[in-house]
Design a protein around this ligand. Sequence first.
Ligand SMILES: Cc1cc2nc3c(=O)[nH]c(=O)nc-3n(C[C@H](O)[C@H](O)[C@H](O)COP(=O)(O)O)c2cc1C
Length: 162
Amino acid sequence: MKILIVYDSFFGNTEKIALTMKKALGRDPRVSEASALRVGDADPENLESLSMLIVGSPTRAFRPSPAVTGFLKRIPPKGLAGKKAAAFDTGISLEDASPRFLRIFIRLFGYAAKPIAAGLVKKGASLVIAPEGFLVQDTEGPLKEGETERAAQWAGKCIGNE
Ligand SMILES: Cc1cc2nc3c(=O)[nH]c(=O)nc-3n(C[C@H](O)[C@H](O)[C@H](O)COP(=O)(O)O)c2cc1C
């Protein structure tokens, strides 16, 4: 199984999650190759050899970053047909969001992983797991305690480990 993780990251938190996933996946004997690329280094038109594509983004104004949205858009129609996929984001928890009105918007508009998942499905992929979010303590991080461990577990679930 060849797996690529494509991610964006402004302050390094999403990168930390992506690299943790790569490490966890790379240890599994069923995975022949696990790699992680910053979204700017990934070619959306050259994904044929993959079994699974995992895409992650920091949540920015309730959406994926423009670079991640652009990457998904540039994948050719049906470019992910027959491929497995999963989506994740990083963001601030409802409880930690301030000012208070931001919580209302988060409730209404959510986080980046769902639209990423929708973008992957639109290009023909089948999701192996529900979109997942990982939490930072504040805008620039750090990640909340336990989130890298949770990321490793989630990556395991992507390939069928419980
Ligand atoms: C301009 C901007 C907009 C943001 N919008 C959201 C948001 O809508 N929801 C949220 O949970 N976090 C939001 N955040 C916090 C980011 O999600 C956080 O910076 C990100 O998870 C950090 O990941 P990174 O280090 O990989 O960039 C925003 C941060 C910035 C700077």
